[in-house]
Design a protein around this ligand. Structure first.
Ligand code: FES
Length: 167
């Protein structure tokens, strides 16, 4: 099968993981679910950019891709918060402290994975491996990745970003 013409929506290296998954399946249309799984495991959720990319790489109508993404309950569409925090819970990140980061988010913001703060400021999700294991534990805030974070680092990091937003 020839390579797709579709270019990933950005230079974020997580797209390489998604591309590799589609390549493994020969860019076959019937591997749409696998492709969407790989987006979700890598980014934590599916958004418009990722659905467009998968649709064009697999040469499927966007409507069909949206149809599948919204039909299956195991897919998470972009959460409603103004900001999204994805905590990687892959093996490397788990060993290096992801559980402490999740505990901090629950303590400070009352958030469990999949939830959004009542004011809609922040949504929390998890991903299985964002492809930066050397930086474990890794958190992605919106599209910004931060690694080697202690719970205290994360608390300060989020505080700064959310305060900046409030100005
Ligand atoms: S396990 Fe977290 S980046 Fe790979």
């Amino acid at each position: 099968m020839t390579a797709p013409h579709a270019a990933p929506p950005g230079t974020d290296k997580r797209w390489k993981i998604v591309e590799a998954a589609m390549r493994r399946h020969g860019y076959r249309r019937d591997a749409l679910i696998e492709a969407l799984h790989s987006v979700q495991e890598t980014f934590g959720y599916l958004d418009d950019d990722s659905l467009r990319f998968v649709a064009s790489a697999l040469r499927l109508p966007l409507s069909a891709v949206y149809g599948v993404a919204t039909f299956y309950h195991f897919f998470t569409l972009k959460p409603p918060g103004r900001h999204t925090c994805v905590v990687c819970t892959g093996t490397a990140c788990h060993i290096k402290g992801a559980p402490e980061l999740l505990a901090l988010l629950e303590r400070e913001y009352g958030l469990k994975p999949g939830e959004t703060t009542p004011g809609g400021e922040l949504s929390l999700l998890t991903a299985r491996c964002v492809g930066s294991c050397g930086l474990a534990p890794v958190v992605v805030f919106d599209r910004e990745l931060a690694g080697k974070l202690s719970a205290e680092d994360l608390r300060r990091w989020l505080e700064r970003r959310l305060a900046h937003d409030a100005r």
